[in-house]
Design a protein around this ligand. Sequence first.
Ligand code: AMP
Length: 289
Amino acid sequence: MIVVQSIEEARINISAVRKKDAVISFVPTMGALHNGHLSLIRKAKSESSFCVMSIFVNRIQFNDTSDFDKYPRDYDHDLALAEIAGCDMVFLPDDTIMYHDHHTFVIPEFLDEHLCGAARPGHFRGVCTVVTKLFNIIQPDIAFFGQKDIQQAIILKKMAIDLNIPVEIVIAPIVRENDGLAMSSRNVHLSPDQRKRSVSLFGALRRAEELIKSGEQSSSLIEREAREFITREGIPDRIDYISIVDMHTLHPVDTIRGKCVLALAVFFGATRLIDNMIIDMETSPQCVY
Ligand code: AMP
């Protein structure tokens, strides 16, 4: 596995691989790798001949500086895991390499008006800017993003279309702990008690699935049930949002039709966890979480 830090080195390696007609896949991450990230690498590797992962904690997507400061970082461990998962090259730039004298940003519209876009002003400007830069540096054929961050994946898919970036974007399933908690680099910040209570997010998705499969289509009723479930079972410090949105517009819907997403963001102490479920009503109701 090649590890490169500079943009020049990344470009030299990528153009050498390109000459061999390789299919290049790309998995952008912020490090602190867990099985969710590794599943993306494995999937990327199985669908390409050369898999690149980036590890970069992108300061400009954090609207809370203490969240950025305490974001877990363990690059040696990450590199060892990435290599075992089959990654061929890791791009590991620093802040100076990515943002030296930087004044140009990519700002999404419309799709960021709800969910994390509303709760974290500027977050998707940071995400779209860094991913555009990374796409321009790596020039992948396929890029893999997790359903875990569904709004991010949908915004980036649309960004690639709107800005004519020649990359196929694949959204991969959420990898969960045995008890259902979605894996996240932030889970290490949970106390043992918060960790137990955090399973309520998955419980709320299951409760919503039950209601949907029994024929319920009212978003407000399902959202209320999910909220009551998390409040009762999780005793969270704050519920940031619980919302059912249309999967294409990411705007709230009154009635569940077509493809929707039930998305939630909940604080346990200072740790903000997100989770979601795709609801597909196109044939018989299917829930993917
Ligand atoms: P992050 O390092 O948190 O920016 O995540 C990097 C990529 O991994 C993003 O595309 C995430 O959606 C994805 N990811 C994070 N957690 C999971 C998970 N539990 N299952 C699948 N993909 C994930």
